[in-house]
Design a protein around this ligand. Structure first.
Ligand SMILES: Cc1cc2nc3c(=O)[nH]c(=O)nc-3n(C[C@H](O)[C@H](O)[C@H](O)COP(=O)(O)O)c2cc1C
Length: 204
């Protein structure tokens, strides 16, 4: 029973704190037998949502760029792991721009009513948010969570949880954090085992 995991990196900084934490999760998932892929948003070509509401007519986005195939890849995966550092108390422009482009999924769910997810589908499709922040404040990630809720719910994923590490300024980088990378690796392993079990139970 193969579990597929898609990592989406929303940091414009290649191989920085956030992508490194994401990589650790993906390594854990791979070690548990998952088929793993990673996409880096800054390397894709997509524009911000125009707010034209064309998707309200037929559930299709009229802007044909790299965002649409990525939503298709995402929805074909069992688990999606979305990563962004905290920028100005929220997610990066790259990730917010991508999430806004998912408005056509919202339109399918709530306007054209052509997209619906069963409780079983939601249970076996897991969404995870990974983030890092410079400051040592517990609430530094709070501004990010609602956008991820919107993304996961519209695309048919249960918002499974967050893997976050703050205080990067003091640690001088994720590699000096005492536990974050090992924790992310273990969580990657755990989630694959959990999805595998659910797929077996559901006969998928
Ligand atoms: C434009 C910008 C805005 C930032 N805003 C915040 C912020 O509001 N709060 C915070 O704790 N850290 C902030 N940071 C620090 C980053 O979140 C932190 O260094 C993070 O670990 C960077 O991850 P990366 O290596 O993947 O880029 C900001 C960094 C940049 C470049």
């Amino acid at each position: 029973m193969t579990v597929t995991v898609l990592g989406i990196s929303g940091s414009p900084h290649r191989h920085g704190n956030t992508e490194t934490l994401l990589d650790s999760f993906l390594d854990g998932a791979r070690s548990a037998g998952a088929v793993v892929e990673k996409v880096v948003l800054k390397d894709l070509d997509y524009s911000a949502c125009r707010g034209c509401n064309a998707c309200h007519k037929d559930g299709e986005c009229i802007v044909k760029d790299d965002a649409i195939p990525l939503f298709e890849r995402m929805m074909a995966a069992d688990c999606v792991v979305v990563a962004s550092p905290i920028y100005s108390m929220g997610i990066t422009a790259q990730l917010k721009g991508f999430i806004d482009r998912g408005q056509f999924l919202w339109a399918r769910r709530f306007v054209t009513k052509t997209l619906e997810f069963s409780p079983e589908h939601l249970a076996r499709h897991k969404g995870i948010f990974i983030s890092t922040a410079g400051q040592n404040r517990d609430n530094v990630f709070d501004g990010a969570y609602p956008s991820l809720t919107a993304l996961f719910h519209d695309a048919g994923f249960e918002y499974y949880g967050n893997i976050v590490a703050n205080n990067m300024d003091e640690h001088k980088g994720i590699k000096n954090h005492p536990t974050a990378l090992a924790d992310a690796f273990r969580k990657g392993q755990t989630i694959v085992a959990e999805i595998e079990k659910l797929k077996t139970q559901q006969g998928i």
